[in-house]
Design a protein around this ligand. Sequence first.
Ligand code: C2E
Ligand code: MG
Ligand code: MG
Length: 310
Amino acid sequence: VLRNADLALYMVKDEGRGKAFFFTPEMSRSVQARLKLARDLRFAIENDALESRFQGQVDLRTGKVAGFETLVRWKHPTRGYVSPTEFIPVAESSSLICDIGLWILRDACRTGRAWLDAGEPERMISVNVSAAQIWQSEFETDVMTILEETGYPAHLLCLELTESVFADQGEGRVRKVLARLKAAGLRLALDDFGTGYSSLGYLNDLPFDELKIDRCFVAGVHNAPEKARLLQGIIALGRGLGMRVVGEGAEEEGEIALLRAYGCDFVQGFAYLRPETADDALRAAEQLEFRLAETAKDLNVMGDPFKKTA
Ligand code: C2E
Ligand code: MG
Ligand code: MG
């Protein structure tokens, strides 16, 4: 009885407190499922069974792939690939998120170093960082150690944080950590902008270099004039504050055309590139750059009506 009462209490807290729940067997099943997922995930981390994927970010002015975001993948032995949107929240409720965070950071820096050594042009590599990593661990020391160990340059590493990092607790600590990372030359991006905690004050006084506009503001925008105005406003806000603006999740040419028209700097979406293994990501990036250069050439041949010819 006590255990079940405790479970109901746990569920209430999870739902935002200030309520009362009766225990139901379903609660026990869902908690058991989470616990099992956490156990399997721990096993995967200990046995080096996580994988990484890289999704290119395209510079809308040059048509070049300016960087890649690193995304974690986990192939469960019986379920197959489990979405990070399912297992990251489970990891975040324990110290597992710190282990995943370090694993993916090390993998990203190693890959980036290998690309540079192979003569690839300098490109940014971005890594997602959970709020809990900054609250719980010696995060900056870990980042510095990994940069030193892998020989990857700090100025080519971007850390993506979401607005949740400022929720509840530890704002002072977060500020300090971010300022030190920034001083060390890293770039900082605010991810999923517009979906969270939406206080605009911190945009101004925190050291973010990059604003990633969440996919929900981009999807279908070419068919929805009101949505388009909102997107235009968000892009203007980011650029007005001197940030690089990235449009996330563009799947349609029409979405990209609007992002470009509104002055968005970069786009990251399936319309251009999907998350791929390191080798495939590079190959896909080269092919895309070639294709975009050809399209630009065609446009020039067709003639720019405003361009004077000799
Ligand atoms: P995110 O950081 O915003 O990453 C972008 C997500 O959008 C990725 O999903 C990517 O595959 C997806 N995406 C990109 N372009 C498109 C598109 O055109 N259409 C659609 N429908 N989706 C697109 P993914 O890999 O499933 O990751 C989901 C979220 O899980 C990430 O969102 C991030 O919050 C979290 N995550 C992923 N890897 C890590 C990690 O290594 N550490 C942490 N802490 N979180 C991670
Ligand atoms: Mg991200
Ligand atoms: Mg995002």
